[in-house]
Design a protein around this ligand. Sequence first.
Ligand code: FUL
Length: 693
Amino acid sequence: MTRVVLCGLFFFLGAIGYNQAQTKAPATVGPVPTENQMRWQEMEYYAFVHFSLNTYTDQSWGYGNEAVKLFNPDKLDCRQWARICKQAGMKGIIITAKHHCGFCLWPSKYTEYSVKNAPWKNGKGDVVREMADACKEYGLKLGIYLSPWDRNHPDYGKPEYITYFRNQLTELLTNYGPIFEIWFDGANGGSGYYGGANETRTIDRTTYYDWSNTYKLIRKLQPNIVIWNDGGDRGDLRWVGTEAGLVGETNWSLLNATGEVPWNMLHYGLENGDSWVPAEVNTSIRPEWFYHPGEDAKVKTIPQLMETYYNSIGHNGSLLLNFPIMPNGLIHPNDERSALGFAKAVKEMVAVNLAARSKATASNVRGNSIQFDAAKAIDSNKDTYWTTDDDITKASLVINFGKPTTFNRFLVQENIRLGQRVKGFTVEALVDGNWKELAKATTIGYKRMLRFPTVRATQVRFTITDSKACPVISNIGIYNAPQQLAPPSIIRNQAGEIIITPVDGESVVYYTLDGSVPTTRSKKYTKPFQTGGKLELKAIAFDAATGKSSPAAHEKFDIARKDWKIMGIEDGKVNAVIDGDPSSAWHQPKGTKLPADLVIDLGKEEALCGFKYYPDQTMWGPGIITNYQFYVSSDNKEWKLVDEGEFSNIKNNPLWQTKKIKAEKARYIKLRALKNTEDNDNIGYGEVDVVTN
Ligand code: FUL
C-alpha cells in the first residue's frame, strides 16, 4: 500500500518536474538587446530637426566660414516643434546641436562660432536649452546630433580637436537633462575653412576619435543613452545604408562588433552577428535635411510617408523623421500638415485589431502550458507570448474570426528580449475552403508588418517556416487599412512628351498646366502629349470605386530638350543623360580618367542661370560626382568657367542637385567631374539639365 502511494507520489512529482522544465521560458538565442536598446526600440518613432547656418544660406553642408550674424530667427519657437512632434505621435526629438559647419546652437564655452555671437536674442539665446524645455513640457525625450566633422575648427584633424569634441560632448550631456540618443554623423573629412586654413583634411575615422574612451565618457554622463555612430566603433544602433526611408525586408538586428560593415550589411543586418545593433531609419519629410524654400511643394505626401512607415517600423526598424526648420525658426505648415495627416493615417490603419476579437490555436504550445498558448499572441499584452517546445522550428498558429472578415495588413512581433529568431514565415487565408497564400516574408524582429490586397476570409494561418530556435511571438495584429492612393509619376522625355503613370497602374489621372490643384473636372490624361518650353504640371490619381483622389504630384520643367545633343560620344546609350527618365543612367566609358567632361549642345543660345545634375539611382551604385566645374561656351571652343564646388551629401541622399550661376548666354554647356564618391574614375549621370531665366 505504502509502495503504491509512494509510486503515485513520485509519478505526480515527476509529472510536475516535467511540466516545470517545459514551462520555463525558452533560453535566449544569440545576442539580445540591452535595457537602453529595449527602451529605445519601444519608442519606434521620433523626430530630427535640422537647423543651423545652412538654414540661412540654402546649403546642405556649410563650409565653416559662414557668418554667425546670419543666425537671426525672428519667430523661433521650439514649443511649436514639440507640439507638432507630440501631435504626430513621436516620442522624442534629436536636434542638430552642431552640424558639419561647426556652428553651435548652444553657447559653448569652447568656441566663438555659436549662438552667443549671433544677433538672435543679442547673443543670450540657447536653442538646445529651449528645445530641452519644450521637450520636457510636451513629454518628449531629447536627443543630440553632434557632428564629429567640424569644418570651422582650426584644430580639426589634429589631436587637440578631440579635447574640443569631448568638451562639447560634456557640455551637451551635462547641462540639458536626460539625453536618450547621441548621433554621430558619418560624413567626416574633406575641404573646409578650418580657422582660415581653407584646405582639405582627412582623418582615420576608426582611430581619430578614440571612440572606446569617448563612449566611456558618454555612458558615464548619460547611463541611459543609446549611441548612433556611422563613423567608427559600433554603437548601440546602426544606420541602414540609405537616407531614402527604408531598411531591408530581411532585417536582422545583429552585426559583428568588429570588422568592416558594407552598405548592404547595414541594410539587412547580419543573421549570425555577434552583437545586437538594431536599425534606425533616418529620412527627411522633404528631399533635403535643411530648409530650402524651393522644396515647399516637395514635402512628402501621406501615401509616401505611409510607404516609409511600412519600410521602417514595419521592417523591424525605428523611424527618425526630419523636419527642416525655416529661417524664421518654425516648421513650415506644409510639413506640419503632412506629419499630422500621416499620424492620422497610421491611427486609422491600426484602429481595429481584428485578431484581438478572434480565437487562436497553435500547432505546438510549450509544455502544453496555458502560459505560452496561442492566445498570448493576440492578447494585446506585449509581455506575454506564444512559444513552442525547444525542438520546434516550424509551427503554425491559426486565427479564427468566427465569421467572414475583410483585411489587408498583418502585423507580427517577436519577444526580442529572448533574441531574434524567425528566418521565414507565411500568412495564408482560408478562402472558399482552401488556404490561399497572402504573403511570404523572412525576418520579424521587434515588429514586422505585411501588406497584401484586401481579402475576405474566416481564418488566417501564420506559419513559421524556419527559425533559429523555437519561435517566441508576443503579438499579432490583423487590420483592414483604408486605401492610400499615391500621387502619379510624371516625366517629360527628350522629345517633350509628358508621360503620367498612376502608381497602381489603374487609377484615372487628371492634370492641370496652370498651377491649380487638379480635380475630377480637370483634364483627363489618356495618353502621352507633346509639350515644349517651360511647364508646371500637377496631376492626381483618382479611384472611381472609392471616389478617393491622391495628393497632387507636382513637377516643373525648364526648356525643352528636343534639339539637345551630347557631343563627342559615340555610345548610343548616352542619351539616357537627357531622356527625362530618372531610372536610366549612363556612365563614362571604362578607361576614362578624371577630370571627365560631358558636353551638351543645347541646339541654340539659351539664357542660363543654373544647371542640374541627377546621379545614377542604382542603390549603392558607384560613379556619383561629388566635385565639379561647370563651363559655358558659344562655339564649343572657348569655354568659360562659371561655377565650381561640391555636391554635398550626394552619396547618402542621391537627389537632384541644383546649382545657380550668374546669368550667362550660351549654346554649349560642359559639366566637368573632378571627383566621385569612391575616389576613382567611374563617372555616371542619371540626368543633366539646365535652369534658364
Ligand atoms: C548626413 C549629413 O551629411 C546630412 O547633412 C544630414 O545631417 C544627415 C542626417 O546625415 O549624413
